[in-house]
Design a protein around this ligand. Structure first.
Ligand SMILES: NC(=O)c1ccc[n+]([C@@H]2O[C@H](COP(=O)([O-])OP(=O)(O)OC[C@H]3O[C@@H](n4cnc5c(N)ncnc54)[C@H](OP(=O)(O)O)[C@@H]3O)[C@@H](O)[C@H]2O)c1
Length: 325
């Protein structure tokens, strides 16, 4: 097969047919940079039904078969958390670029192994924190100097999870509220400080299935800022707020910015951000990185920072003690 030209869309395969793939496909339909050509599921029936529903050319009855499809250049992995790393490694071994759903892992050694494999093979690997691709993420960072010294960050993301069989409640699949929505709060605190935490203290409430259904934490950053984060499956709340010596900035809808469109509020003054599809922007970023041989917005350092922080937070919650990184 001839090497694809720079302007040709990247040919993507969808690995797993879970709920989030629908948002990604909506983003894919909005851009010429992406062509979704195949889907792989654990059963052929499911793959075929999904391919029919979404107008995808080829359906594979196993993830292995999708990875063996020579026409697929890149795969989007949206499996339960514990399967992200093993299937990313297998995809890289099959010569595919990978966009893998967040959280890539709670083990920083997985991040190192995966990015080493990707770099060695000359392949792109990216953790899918779609919220970072929305213009509001850039807007809040650009406005930060206006509020003086950044002192406190408040980041929350929670929703009521009332599906007892959900993957997020399965300990064997690396579920838990910190792993699911709390990772956005960690990502938000790291973005606003531009640093990695040096000390964390986390405390959790475990549900009947053994995963944290609530997680509250403090993260102290070397520049002096402290982030207060909360994730939960027991209430509905979300926000990202930067409190500085000379004012505050808040995003009304930081993590899922299309639902509804977000507003940035600086000391009571509202700036509407406007519509942008984070999934489209994420796919365009990774596809451009593949075609143009340039880095993705989120690379190894970001995935490593996320995994180290999450790992330390769980260690702290398990031990009841602060953890120094
Ligand atoms: N970025 C975002 O906006 C966002 C939003 C939601 C979720 N996510 C992330 O995306 C991932 C998937 O979440 P989701 O809500 O799409 O989950 P989901 O609806 O439960 O789908 C997970 C899919 O994984 C596959 N799978 C493989 N082994 C499985 C197992 N043992 N149990 C259950 N499913 C299994 C299944 O696909 P097949 O049956 O086709 O094989 C299933 O449809 C998670 O890591 C989550 O954190 C990201």
């Amino acid at each position: 097969m001839n090497a694809p030209r720079q302007h040709e869309p990247v040919r993507w395969g969808i690995l797993g047919t879970g709920g989030i793939t629908r948002s990604l496909l909506r983003g894919a339909r909005r851009t010429d940079a992406v062509d979704v050509v195949a889907v792989g599921s654990r059963t052929l029936d499911r793959a075929a039904e999904y391919a029919r529903e979404h107008g995808i050319a080829r359906a594979h009855g196993s993830y292995e078969a999708l990875l063996a499809d020579p026409d697929v250049e890149a795969v989007y992995i949206s499996l339960p958390n514990s399967l992200h790393h093993p299937w990313t490694v297998r995809a890289l071994q099959a010569g595919k670029h990978v966009l893998c759903e967040k959280p890539y892992t709670r083990r920083h050694t997985d991040v190192a192994a995966a990015f080493e494999a990707a770099e060695h093979a000359g392949l792109v690997l990216c953790e899918a924190f779609m919220w970072r691709h929305h213009p509001q993420a850039r807007a809040i960072v650009e406005m930060l100097p206006e509020i003086g010294e950044l002192q406190t960050i408040r980041a929350t993301f929670s929703f009521v999870l009332d599906r007892p069989n959900d993957i997020r409640l399965r300990a064997d699949l690396d579920g838990g509220s910190l792993m699911d929505v709390g990772t956005y709060c960690v990502s938000g605190a790291r973005l606003l400080t531009g640093e990695e935490p040096e000390l964390v203290f986390g405390t959790q409430v475990l549900g009947p299935s053994g995963v944290d259904v609530r997680f509250n934490a403090l993260l102290r950053f070397p520049g002096g800022a402290i982030a207060e984060i909360m994730s939960s499956f027991e209430t509905d709340h979300r926000g990202l707020e930067a409190i500085g010596s000379e004012g505050t900035i808040r995003l009304t809808n930081p993590w899922l910015p299309t639902d509804p469109d977000p507003i940035l509020i600086r000391d009571g003054v509202e700036t509407p951000i406007g519509f942008a599809d984070s999934y489209q922007l994420e796919l365009e970023d990774v596809s451009a990185a593949i075609r143009e041989h340039r880095p993705t917005l989120l690379g190894r350092a970001d995935a490593m920072g996320q995994a180290r922080a999450i790992e330390a937070l769980y260690r702290s919650a398990d031990s009841g003690l602060p953890v120094r990184l």
